[in-house]
Design a protein around this ligand. Structure first.
Ligand code: PMP
Length: 405
């Protein structure tokens, strides 16, 4: 039986930032997660011990770097249960992955009047590329609103449906499997894109079970380095797509007359990749895989509930989204009717409490709620109930300071 790590206050020892910032209450893992020592070590190791380019050198350290880079791809494939490792493309992050799809689909795939559907809950990275694509190809951009079901928006003409797995504002886990099944009943030829940026850190992902066509996530949100992320796509689609960038390593043959491209996944990885990033991402996935995903979710929900209890007592506070602690990760967004989100975040910051204030790259959702900004708390496996208590205390202090209660 696999030995699983336990989640508790001792976990903070795995994260050197807590030794350097002993007073830190980090409630912004949705923006980026903290890094365990093991991930930092994997980066240092690469730079100190075998810092060579991949696919080029015949000398041992280049071969080692290439092996580690390709092993990292296999680690990612196993993590999302992809059967074909060549379907895993390393990119900069979720934003680049989603843009890559939108740019690289041949224009001939679209007919005038084709629909591209997303939801009002999306991060801008899963909203703006589709809005732009619809403009460029003369398609219709349609958005599923908060009070709508998929069935009311998706039709036989819908070519692409792009949805988040977990909302970065509401923390809701979408019942994606059922949604995808329903969308395919409406149009069997629909292409389904999943933004798993907020799902990958907390859920066990299976691209086959979901039955999606593309799935994207960022390394830094699951404790890996910044600047590395993943695009997984079904071979049939990746094969028909144009390269995203042209240059070294993505070619097969180049002559003055013409260029042919390398097979998957290299066709989409032009230039020197983020080698250390891929190796660090694999280290992060290995670290994360040492935990039981249901224990991670349970922990996040426990902290979510504890902060919900504090916030719901406060008549000046409105929580965004459902009060249901099930079907969610540890993300809680709210606004204070008498303190602007940025002012509140600033006061919390003075007590070393890191939260996010603003629209969290989800302006259409904030507009739907008729607000400009909210405060977002997000919990991950290294947070503790003590962190929640410190947040509650600091919130009280802010209200006292501003003479609100
Ligand atoms: N989608 C979602 C749901 C996100 O939360 C984020 C990051 N906040 C992104 C996309 C974009 O990720 P990145 O900035 O790593 O490209």
């Amino acid at each position: 039986m696999k030995y699983l790590k336990t989640i508790g206050p001792d976990l903070k020892h795995d994260f050197p930032i807590f030794q350097n910032q002993p007073d830190l209450v980090y409630l912004d893992s949705t923006a980026t997660a903290l890094k365990p020592q093991i991930v930092i070590d994997s980066l240092t190791e690469y730079y100190q011990e075998y810092s060579a380019n991949v696919f080029r050198g015949l000398y041992p350290i280049s071969e080692l770097a290439t092996n580690k880079y390709e092993q990292a791809r296999q680690t990612v494939a196993d993590f999302i249960k992809a059967k074909d490792v060549a379907e895993v493309i390393f990119v900069r992050g979720t934003t680049e992955a989603l843009n890559l799809i939108a740019y690289s689909l041949p224009r001939a795939v679209f007919k005038p009047g084709d629909e591209i559907v997303t939801s009002v809950v999306e991060h801008h990275a899963n909203f703006v590329p589709w809005q732009r694509l619809a403009l460029v190809v003369g398609g219709r951009f349609k958005v599923v609103n908060l009070d709508q079901d998929l069935d009311q928006v998706v039709t036989k003409k819908t070519k692409i449906l792009a949805l988040n797995y977990v909302s970065n504002v509401l923390g809701t886990i979408n019942p994606l499997k059922q949604m995808i099944k329903r969308a395919r009943q409406i149009n069997p030829k629909i292409m389904i894109v999943v933004d798993a940026a907020q799902a990958a850190p907390s859920l066990s992902i299976d691209v086959n079970d979901l039955d999606c066509d593309f799935l994207c996530f960022s390394g830094h949100k699951l404790m890996g380095p910044t600047g590395i992320g993943v695009l997984w796509g079904k071979r049939q689609y990746l094969e028909m797509m144009n390269p995203f960038q042209y240059g070294g390593d993505m070619i097969d043959q180049v002559s003055i007359e013409r260029t042919t491209f390398a097979p998957l996944p290299h066709k989409f990885e032009a230039g020197t990749p983020h080698i250390a990033g891929a190796i660090g991402l694999a280290a992060a996935i290995n670290y994360l895989s040492g935990f039981d995903f249901s224990a991670i979710l349970k922990h996040e929900r426990h902290l979510w509930q504890a902060s919900y209890e504090i916030l719901k007592e406060n008549p000046n506070i409105k929580i965004l989204g459902s009060a249901n602690w099930q079907n969610r990760t540890g993300i809680l967004a709210f606004y204070h009717t008498k303190i602007h989100a940025h002012d509140l975040a600033q006061i919390l910051a003075n007590d070393q409490i890191c939260v996010r204030a603003g629209h969290h790259c989800a302006m259409p959702l904030h507009t739907a709620f008729k607000i400009g900004a909210s405060v977002r708390l997000s919990f991950y496996l290294y947070n503790t109930i003590e962190d929640v208590k410190r947040f509650g205390k600091s919130l009280k202090k802010a209200e006292k300071l501003l003479k609100i209660r």
